[in-house]
Design a protein around this ligand. Sequence first.
Ligand SMILES: N[C@@H](CCC(=O)N[C@@H](CS)C(=O)NCC(=O)O)C(=O)O
Length: 212
Amino acid sequence: MAPNLTLYADSAWMSPWVFHVLVALEEKGLPYTIEQIPLPITEPLKSELKAKAILGKVPVLVHDGTWITESLAISEYLAETFPTPGHARLFPANLVERARARQVMSWLRTGLFGLRNDRPTSNVFGPPSFGPMSDKAKADAAELIDVASALVKPGATQMFAEWSIADADLALCLMRMVACQDPMPEHLARYALAQWDRPSVQKFLAHVPTSR
Ligand SMILES: N[C@@H](CCC(=O)N[C@@H](CS)C(=O)NCC(=O)O)C(=O)O
């Protein structure tokens, strides 16, 4: 029987964390429906979400009455609930690469606030509109390029031996700069654009789940 999955997404389609979950669902080849919520989330709806999903934020994944928040918790849940070989992998099979993927995703969620502030995802998912970077954003941009350069070899279209959901997250962060034509090594821009061509990412840009 097909699983019963619903993704609660922001109706403006700007959330990098909703992006992560939608890409995960698409890569897994799972059927799902979308509920769109305008941000900021109103207090009554926030309370309703908290009662069911602990946190009143998007993304929320609902699977057969189980409500989960936090994008990383959701992709881990999807990876374990719908494992290979029946479904595609989200995390590298190799232990060290898997740890690295988690390291990158955790770092992207807890840092780079200057860059995230000056180069919001609205530039990537909508028409670019941006000013000069603050010193903090410039430092974050340099850190992002350093980290990405350590992980993405010239000519590579993925970080590890196989694609992982960490590639989608790293590519989106790089796209914050690519969309604003900020300088970066050519091979990193090419890596980000290659990720952008994936059907799962294109699905996010179209805001429509694949009908299965
Ligand atoms: N760390 C969380 C972040 C979730 C989050 O911050 N969601 C924002 C949208 S990007 C949200 O729901 N904000 C609405 C609010 O706080 O009212 C994740 O990875 O899912």
